[in-house]
Design a protein around this ligand. Sequence first.
Ligand code: SF4
Ligand code: SF4
Length: 267
Amino acid sequence: MPKKNNPKKMRSLTVLTPENYFQFECHQNLDCFTRCCRNITIFLTPYDILRMKNGLNILSEDFLADYTMTMIGDTGLPVVVLKMRNDAEKSCPFVTSRGCTIYPHRPWSCRIYPLQPESTKITEKAGKEYYSVLDVPFCLGLEADRVLTLSEWIEEQGIAIYQEMEAPFKTITTNESLMKNKITNKKIQEMFYMACFDSDRFRRFVMESTFLDRFEVEPEVVEKIKEDDVELYHFAIRWLEYGLLGQHALKVKTDVIEAKKQELKIK
Ligand code: SF4
Ligand code: SF4
């Protein structure tokens, strides 16, 4: 049985556990409808981009060129942000008076709203999730009578798959060694950008370059990544674990190593 709390008090400074209640309901009859889809910064995860570009039925490079901006984060790795329209309200490119035109494919940030994560590395390690309710003065949904638990919200908004997909990406971007030694090498930044965000270009890179001649990749994985974007994403993570973190997630072919030794005259 979920713990009862007072949802009226569940605002920004209150941390919610999965069983705690908060109050919220969003619908198009509210005066604030779509007001939250303007002048906002939405960081996009690789899975956000994968879902959005597939929902729009376009290639990743076209999605990135038309709808995003790229910046360099604290670790030196690129971060991708949804580009707002150049109108007076700086509105989201996908908002209309009838609502979100990509609703089934909307990014994680739009799903989790009006909540925000409050987890730390320690709570995450312990497998605990905490969130707080954003205090947005214009959001009338926060005044609604509807009460639901954090768990119910996560389920209703289809958030679990986004969390599952983000986990390996987060492991890379929060890696301690990367945090300490900021990446400034442009080639590495570009490699990370392509693998994480520009999946269709990454697929061509794997399938059409000498990549498969150089690395041992399981034949069933090669078959899957030809078509399946989620498999390709997992493969991209393996490549980054190998290339960025020095982990044994991929293996160079023996004949390639031997040829390199010959070239360098190493016995
Ligand atoms: S209720 Fe809140 S989330 Fe819904 S449209 Fe209004 S401002 Fe946006
Ligand atoms: S993607 Fe959809 S829900 Fe998110 S800000 Fe844009 S219009 Fe709003």
